[in-house]
Unconditional design. Structure first.
Length: 486
């Protein structure tokens, strides 16, 4: 197999290096001969060529036909017993086309030359470099680096970043064919835009707008003669041009009268609807905020907030309610802040008391009696459990011990029971200490009304309950809390 691979490399070399047709044919013939050998009564063995290649040949073919050194019948070529040319280490960089045999890293040089002897017998060319980049330790990753003038060079990403105007095209990219853009938008002194190679743009007295820009891409405007002026861009200011050079130029490209004669009402109306004239908040991918025009915002990968022209407060990081394991709810917290505090973010624009959140302790209700050391986390009365765990998280995080039970005797007897809204006691109070079928019937009868006595949901977490209307939430809440009041 080694012989077949060596022959294949020889054919590849002959083609890649534009060898003559005769040499290509000769290489192919050698490969065919390596696979299909004529019978030889005396046997075959290792035959060493001057370039260090080992072939399995008969003695007469080795010495007389191909000028090799025969090592003996039955001697294998794997491992290669032939003396290798002294090309390792060489004098050039292993990861660059150095035009000399071998390269300076001996281990890398030996490895590559064992696979492709051309690298050590002739020159360390681009094929050797490609193999070294893939196989040798410590190989930097190279790629194409494009420059503002359209030129291209091969180097590492760091080398490209350190070069003025360089832009890395990616690992293993090449400069041939040159994929670097050759033309860019060029703003000339008279305000005209032309797509030119940067060097030609500079020679014409223009200013290149950067890689990937074209005159009609809508990402910029060339400064126009007469811009900036002195007046407000959004009113009839009675003078040529207006004070914002970008807005002024964008409008004057549409109507030159605005810069040559007067910035009138027509010019002002053009400015109102022009994206180059409207500065607003721009939310960048990292949630930071800058005030800029829409094209610049888009170029930075941002989201333009046309209806918000300020960044304080930051419109890019909307806040909401944050629920904690203890059942506590905190308003006006961003996602990042809530996560840092170990809470659960309820969503943008949510609030603790708006009925959209349910900051309940996940272990409430538990299974044990609230007034006893029940040996489990939480207790069986949801309201008592949530209230006490807000005061003492240990009761829900570790165990509902004797101290929790003692505190519950005091705290939970003070709990309101908003689900107990029947009967009316005639003295301004309602209920009888038990949530029962009478309370469910009352909620159904009062459904849709603003009867405050039966408006039990949501728990507003401030000692009050309800949202002003008897609805299905109140019915569900009453059913869930069926039984003795806490």
């Amino acid at each position: 197999m080694r012989t077949i691979r060596t022959c294949a490399v020889a054919v590849h070399r002959a083609i890649m290096h534009h060898r003559s047709a005769l040499l290509v044919i000769a290489a192919l013939s050698t490969c065919i001969g390596a696979v299909v050998k004529p019978a030889y009564a005396g046997g075959v063995g290792a035959c060493c060529l001057t370039d260090g290649t080992c072939l399995q040949e008969a003695p007469n073919i080795c010495t007389l036909e191909i000028g090799g050194t025969f090592l003996g019948v039955g001697v294998p070529c794997d491992p290669n017993p032939c003396v290798q040319p002294e090309a390792c280490p060489g004098g050039g960089n292993c990861f660059e086309d150095n035009d000399t045999p071998g390269c300076e890293d001996e281990a890398c040089c030996d490895l590559i030359c064992e696979l492709d002897l051309f690298c050590c017998t002739n020159e360390w060319d681009e094929l050797c470099v490609d193999a070294a980049l893939k196989l040798c330790e410590g190989s930097p990753i190279f790629g194409a680096c494009c420059f503002a003038d359209g030129s291209c060079s091969i180097g590492t990403e760091d080398d490209c970043a350190a070069s003025v105007g360089g832009r890395y095209q990616g690992d293993a990219t090449v400069c041939i064919p040159n994929s670097c853009p050759t033309e860019q938008a060029c703003c000339l002194a008279n305000g005209v835009c032309m797509n030119l190679i940067p060097n030609d743009c500079t020679a014409s007295g223009g200013v290149s707008q950067g890689i990937d820009t074209m005159c009609d891409d809508g990402t910029f405007v060339c400064p126009q003669i007469g811009c900036p002026g002195t007046g407000d861009c959004f009113v009839d200011n009675g003078t040529p041009g207006c004070e914002d050079i970008t807005c002024c130029s964008a409008v004057c490209i549409l109507d030159s009268f605005c810069c040559t004669t007067s910035w009138d009402g027509v010019c002002a109306s053009l400015a109102v609807d022009n994206p180059f004239c409207i500065n607003a908040a721009c939310c960048l991918p990292d949630d930071s905020c800058v005030v800029t025009i829409e094209p610049d915002c888009t170029a930075m990968g941002g989201m333009f907030q046309a209806d918000d022209d300020v960044c304080k407060p930051n419109p890019c990081t909307p806040a909401g309610a944050c629920c904690f394991v203890s059942g506590i709810c905190t308003d006006d917290v961003t996602v990042a802040e809530c996560n840092d505090l170990g809470g659960a973010f309820e969503g943008d624009g949510t609030a603790c008391n708006d009925g959209t959140t349910s900051c309940q302790n996940p272990v409430c209700p538990g299974t044990g009696d609230c007034l006893e050391n029940n040996g489990s986390v939480g207790c069986d009365n949801a309201a008592c459990c949530n209230l006490l765990c807000t005061i003492d998280p240990f009761c829900c995080e570790t165990t509902w011990d004797a101290l929790c039970a003692k505190d519950a005797e005091f705290v939970c007897t003070l709990l309101p029971c908003p689900w107990d809204c029947a009967p009316a006691n005639g003295d301004g109070t309602f209920g009888n200490g038990v949530v029962n079928v009478d309370d469910i019937v009352t909620v159904i009868v009062e459904f849709g009304s603003s009867n405050m006595e039966c408006d039990s949901a949501p728990d507003n977490m401030d000692g009050t309950f309800g949202n002003g209307t008897i609805n299905v939430d109140d019915l569900v809440d009453t059913i869930v809390n069926f039984g003795d009041c806490p």
